[in-house]
Design a protein around this ligand. Structure first.
Ligand SMILES: Cc1ncc(COP(=O)(O)O)c(C=O)c1O
Length: 446
C-alpha cells in the first residue's frame, strides 16, 4: 500500500495520474506529444526537437514565445506582491490594465471586468447582461441567443449558448433554460474556397427577427456570437452579417456580445475583429492573447452605458454579485501590460494585417490536394477542411495533425479541419514552412 504512494521525482513522470482536457487520453498516453521549451516561433519537445508553432499555442501566444519583457514583468510583480484580494480591495495594476484596454477597445467599451479564462469571460458577460436589464427596469429580459457551431468555452452558460453538439450532449438536461440558436454561416455549397469573408449568406442574421417575433423582445437579454468561429473550424461571417445582427439587436434593445477570445489582440488584423469589421457590440469577451497565454487571464470589455446603468443603487451596495478570487490578479495583470506593450511597440496588429495577403495565398495554395474540400482564411487564421475518411469522422484531420507534428510543425485539428493561427511575429519563410509541411502531410495521409 504505502509503496504505491511513494513519491518519485523522476525525469519522466508517470502519465497515469493526469486526466487531460479535450484529449483522447489513452491514445495520447500510448504515444505522447510533450512540449518542454518555447522561444520565438518554436517549441521544443522533451527530446529537444524544434517544432514550429503554427497555432500560437492554443490561439494564445500572439507575441511569440519566451518574451523576456513578459517573464521579467511577472518575476518583478511576484516579488513585489504575489496576490491581493479582489473583493472590496484593489491594486494599481488591475486599474492600469483596464485603462490600457480602454485605449485599444472599440469606442464606448471602456470598462473591463477581469476573469481567468475565456469560459469565465463568457459566463461573466451573460451575468452582466442580466444584471444590466434588471437595473434598467427590464427584468423580463432573460433569454439568450447563441449560434450553431459557436464555441463559448465550457461553463454551463458557455455550453448552453454554444452550438457544438459533442460539448452539450452529455450535459443536455442541465443546460441553461431559455436559449435559442441562430443558424451557423458555413455554406460550402455556395462559398467553398472563398478568400476572406463570403459574399453571400448575410440573410442568416435575419433569423433573429423570427426569434424576436416568437419570444418577444421584452424577454430577450442578449445575443452572443464569435465574430469568426474559431474552434468549430474557422467559419467566417458573410459580408454584412455582423452589421445585420447589430441593427436588429439595437432595434429591439437586445445586447450584442462578441466573443473575441480568439479574434482579439491582432488575430484578424486589428486589436479586435469588431474594429476590423466595423461593427461595435455592447460587450466583448477576451482571454488567451490578452497576456500572451503566460498566466491565466480573461476580461470582458463593457460599454459605458451598461456600467452606468448598473451603478444606480445606494452607493454602499455591491452592484454586481459576481467575481473571482483571481479577478485582476496582479501577476496576470503585469503579464498583460507587458504583452500590450509588445503589441504596441512591435506594431503586431498591423503586422498581422500586412502579412494576411501572403498568408492567404499560401493557405489557398493547398487547393487541389487530396480530399481538400474547402479553405477559409482571414487575418492570420487559416482553416483547411477535408472530406472525412472511410475510417471515420476526424481520422483524416488527426492523421494530418500527427504527420505535421512528426515533421516539426504544430497545427490544430478539429474534426476534419486543420486550423493554423501562428504567432503574429511569423515571417514569410515560416509561413512557407507550415504550408509545405501541411502539403506533405495531406499527400502522405491521403
Ligand atoms: C471563442 C471562445 N470563447 C471561449 C473560449 C474558452 O476559453 P477558455 O478555454 O480559456 O475557457 C474559447 C477557447 O478556445 C474560445 O475560442
Amino acid at each position: 500500500m504505502a509503496d504505491s504512494k511513494t513519491h518519485h521525482h523522476s525525469e519522466t513522470p508517470s502519465l497515469s495520474n493526469y486526466w487531460m482536457p479535450f484529449t483522447a487520453n489513452r491514445q495520447f498516453k500510448s504515444n505522447p506529444r510533450m512540449l518542454a521549451h518555447a522561444e520565438g516561433m518554436y517549441y521544443k519537445d522533451t527530446a529537444g526537437r524544434p517544432i514550429l508553432d503554427g497555432t500560437a499555442g492554443l490561439w494564445c501566444c500572439n507575441a511569440g514565445h519566451g518574451r523576456k519583457e513578459i517573464s521579467e514583468a511577472v518575476s518583478k510583480q511576484i516579488h513585489e506582491m504575489d496576490y491581493a484580494p479582489s473583493f472590496q480591495m484593489g491594486h494599481p495594476l488591475a486599474f492600469e490594465l483596464a485603462e490600457r484596454l480602454a485605449q485599444i477597445s472599440p469606442e464606448g467599451l471602456n470598462k473591463a471586468f477581469f476573469t481567468n479564462s475565456g469560459s469565465e469571460s463568457v459566463d461573466s458577460a451573460l451575468k452582466i447582461a442580466l444584471t444590466y436589464h434588471r437595473a434598467n427596469g427590464e427584468a423580463t429580459r432573460t433569454r439568450f441567443i447563441g449560434r450553431e457551431l459557436g464555441y463559448h468555452g465550457v461553463g454551463f452558460g458557455g455550453i448552453s449558448v454554444g452550438g457544438i453538439g459533442n460539448n452539450r450532449k452529455t450535459f443536455n438536461q442541465q443546460l441553461l433554460q431559455g436559449v435559442d440558436h441562430l443558424p451557423h454561416t458555413l455554406d460550402m455549397q455556395e462559398n467553398a474556397f472563398c478568400r476572406g469573408m463570403p459574399k453571400t449568406g448575410a440573410e442568416k442574421a435575419e433569423v433573429l427577427e423570427q426569434l424576436v417575433a416568437l419570444h418577444g423582445a421584452e424577454n430577450i437579454a442578449a445575443v452572443i456570437v464569435e465574430p469568426m468561429s474559431g474552434s468549430a473550424g474557422v467559419i467566417l461571417p458573410p459580408e454584412g452579417y455582423l452589421q445585420k445582427l447589430r441593427d436588429i439587436t439595437k432595434k429591439y434593445g437586445i445586447l450584442l456580445i462578441f466573443d473575441e477570445v480568439i479574434t482579439g489582440f491582432g488575430r484578424v488584423g486589428d486589436a479586435f475583429a469588431s474594429q476590423r469589421w466595423g461593427v461595435t457590440p455592447d460587450m466583448i469577451t477576451t482571454a488567451k492573447a490578452l497576456n500572451n497565454g503566460a498566466i491565466p487571464m480573461g476580461a470582458v470589455l463593457i460599454d459605458d452605458a451598461i456600467y452606468d446603468t448598473c451603478m444606480q443603487g445606494p452607493e454602499n451596495a455591491i452592484e454586481l454579485f459576481h467575481g473571482y478570487t483571481y479577478s485582476g490578479h496582479p501577476v496576470a495583470a503585469a503579464a498583460a501590460i507587458a504583452t500590450l506593450n509588445i503589441y504596441e511597440n512591435e506594431k503586431l496588429f498591423e503586422r498581422s494585417r500586412e502579412l494576411e495577403g501572403y498568408f492567404e495565398d499560401a493557405v489557398h495554395s493547398l487547393k487541389g490536394l487530396p480530399n481538400v474540400i474547402d479553405i477559409r482564411n482571414t487575418g492570420l487564421v487559416g482553416g483547411i477542411q477535408f472530406a472525412p475518411s472511410d475510417k471515420g469522422v476526424g481520422k483524416r484531420g488527426f492523421g494530418i495533425f500527427e504527420h505535421c507534428f512528426a515533421n516539426g510543425t504544430l497545427v490544430r485539428a478539429t474534426g476534419d479541419i486543420i486550423a493554423i493561427s501562428p504567432p503574429l511575429i511569423i515571417d514569410k519563410q515560416q509561413v512557407d514552412t507550415i504550408i509545405n509541411t501541411l502539403s506533405d502531410a495531406i499527400s502522405a495521409v491521403g
